[in-house]
Design a binder for this molecule. Structure first.
Ligand SMILES: *[C@@H]1O[C@H](CO)[C@@H](O)[C@H](O)[C@H]1NC(C)=O
Ligand SMILES: *[C@@H]1O[C@H](CO)[C@@H](O)[C@H](O)[C@H]1NC(C)=O
Ligand SMILES: *[C@@H]1O[C@H](CO)[C@@H](O)[C@H](O)[C@H]1NC(C)=O
Ligand SMILES: *[C@@H]1O[C@H](CO)[C@@H](O)[C@H](O)[C@H]1NC(C)=O
Length: 385
C-alpha cells in the first residue's frame, strides 16, 4: 500500500468511526417516548407549587423561585431560590443575603448568557380577600450572588404588575409575555382590569416595553404558557383561564385555542383545528418543543380541577393534534411501573439535545384545591425530534 492509499484509508476509517458514534447516539434515544425518575442530590428546595422557573440552556442550570407552600387555607408564598445543575443532578440553595419578597407565579427569565436571573411581577395567595400583586423587577447577579431592584418608570411598574410567565428568545435575550392577571381577589378574573390585554417585552437595557402588535391579539387570559419557536421566530401559547364567568370553575373560563406571535411582523395568528380532536380547554398546559413542522404539549388542568400529564403533538402543516403514547415509568430499583403524578404548578424546563428533547418537571401540587399533597420527585420525559 502506498502512502496515498494509506492516508485515504485512514480518512475513511476515521469518518466511519465518527459516523458510527454519531449514528449510535441518534438511535439511542430517538425511537421512543419515555419517562424516567431523576435522582436529585444536594440541598433540596422546599415543597411548593405555582413557583417560577427559568433554564439556562448554555450552562445547564435550572433556577427555581418561590411559589405557595401548601393548599388553601394553609398556603403561604415563599421566597426560596435554588438552582439545579443538570450535569451533576444536584440542587444548591442560592438564598442571597438581600431578601426578596415571597411571591407566586412571578415572571422569571434569564439574560442570553446566563449572567443574570430576573424576577418581575407575581402575586400573593388567592382567596384571602386581599389584592396582592407586585410591580417590581429584580435582577440576580449569578457571579456576585446579589439581588438588585431595577429602576422602573410608573408606566413600567404598571407593565410588570401581573401574574404570568415570561419567555426568553434565545437569539436576542429579550423576554416576552402576553396578558396575565393583576388581582388575587375572589372571582379575580371579573375584577375590572384584572386581565391585561397587551404583549410586552423586557430587555436588559430598556426594561419592560409594550410591543406594538399588528391586528388582533388573543383574548386576555391568565395561567397560560409561552414558548419561543426558534425556526418560526414566533412565540406560541395554548389555552389558559379567561373572564367569561364569575363562577371560578365555569367551563367557559377555560380556553383551548392555539396562537403564535410572529416576532418579525408582530402579528398574532390563530392556528385553527378540529377542537373535538385536540387537548381541549385547559389552563397551565406546557409546550415541550416546537419547530417549523410540529409542536408538543403536555398536561394542564380543566374546569373540573382535573390535572393531566398527557402528551400531544400538533402538526403545524396539517393543523392536527395527535395524542402520544408514552412508555410508562419503571422504577430502576424495584422494576415496578409507577404512574407519573398529575401535578399543577410544577417547576419545569426543557433541555434540547441532538435528536431528542427532554422535559423535566419537579414539585407542584396534586390539586389546586384544599388538602392536596405536594410532590417532591423530579421526572424527565424524552421526546424524539
Ligand atoms: C409556609 O410559609 C410560611 C411563610 O413563609 C411559613 O410560616 C410556614 O411555616 C410554611 N409552611 C410550611 C408547611 O412549610
Ligand atoms: C396592579 O393593577 C391593578 C389593576 O389596574 C391595580 O388595581 C393594582 O393596584 C396594581 N397593583 C400594583 C402593585 O401596581
Ligand atoms: C407599584 O407598587 C407600589 C407598592 O405597592 C405602589 O406604591 C406603586 O404605586 C405601584 N406603581 C404603580 C404604577 O401602580
Ligand atoms: C375581560 O377582560 C377584558 C380585559 O380586561 C375586558 O376588556 C373585558 O371587558 C372583560 N370581559 C368580561 C366579560 O368581564
Amino acid at each position: 500500500m502506498n502512502l496515498k492509499s494509506q492516508i485515504l484509508l485512514t480518512v475513511v476509517c476515521l469518518f466511519s468511526l465518527v459516523c458510527l458514534i454519531d449514528c449510535h447516539k441518534k438511535c439511542d434515544n430517538c425511537n421512543q417516548y419515555s419517562w424516567e425518575k431523576v435522582k436529585q442530590k444536594g440541598s433540596m428546595p422546599p415543597l411548593a407549587w405555582d413557583g417560577s422557573s427559568a433554564y439556562d440552556e448554555r450552562n445547564e442550570l435550572f433556577y427555581v423561585f418561590g411559589g405557595l407552600n401548601g393548599s388553601y387555607p394553609n398556603d403561604e408564598t415563599i421566597n426560596s431560590f435554588y438552582v439545579f445543575n443538570v450535569k451533576t443532578s444536584s440542587w444548591t440553595n442560592l438564598m442571597a443575603p438581600s431578601s426578596i419578597t415571597p411571591r407566586a407565579e412571578t415572571m422569571m427569565f434569564l439574560d442570553k448568557r446566563g449572567d443574570y436571573v430576573y424576577l418581575s411581577g407575581g402575586r400573593g395567595p388567592f382567596r384571602r380577600g386581599i389584592n396582592i400583586v407586585y410591580n417590581s423587577t429584580q435582577r440576580y447577579d449569578v457571579r456576585k450572588k446579589v439581588w438588585t431592584e431595577l429602576n422602573q418608570t410608573p408606566f413600567q411598574q404598571n407593565l410588570a404588575n401581573r401574574s404570568v410567565e415570561a419567555e426568553t428568545v434565545s437569539r436576542t435575550g429579550k423576554s416576552y409575555t402576553f396578558s396575565g392577571s393583576t388581582s388575587t381577589l375572589p372571582g379575580f378574573i371579573r375584577v375590572p382590569g384584572a386581565l391585561k390585554t397587551d404583549t410586552i417585552v423586557f430587555d436588559s437595557v430598556n426594561g419592560w416595553q409594550q410591543v406594538d402588535v399588528v391586528g388582533a391579539s388573543p383574548t386576555p387570559r391568565a395561567h397560560h404558557h409561552l414558548l419561543y419557536n426558534e425556526e418560526l421566530n414566533s412565540i406560541f401559547t395554548y389555552g389558559g383561564y379567561t373572564n367569561c364567568s364569575t363562577y371560578t370553575s365555569n367551563e367557559c373560563n377555560y380556553l383551548g385555542d392555539l396562537w403564535s406571535l410572529d416576532l418579525s411582523t408582530k402579528v398574532w395568528k390563530q392556528h385553527l383545528f378540529d377542537v373535538t380532536k385536540g387537548p381541549g380547554n385547559r389552563d397551565n398546559a406546557k409546550f415541550i418543543y416546537a419547530d417549523q413542522n410540529q409542536l408538543f404539549l403536555i398536561g394542564g388542568s380543566n374546569y373540573q380541577y382535573t390535572n393531566f400529564m398527557d402528551v400531544w403533538r400538533f402538526d403545524l402543516i396539517a393543523n392536527e393534534w395527535t395524542q402520544l403514547t408514552i412508555l410508562p415509568l419503571v422504577d430502576p430499583e424495584t422494576n415496578i411501573q409507577t404512574p407519573i403524578p398529575n401535578t399543577i404548578g410544577s417547576f419545569y424546563f426543557k433541555h434540547i439535545k441532538k435528536c431528542s428533547v427532554e422535559f423535566y418537571f419537579s414539585r407542584g401540587s396534586l390539586s389546586e384545591i384544599s388538602g392536596s399533597p405536594l410532590v417532591d420527585n423530579m421526572y424527565k420525559l424524552t421526546i424524539p425530534i
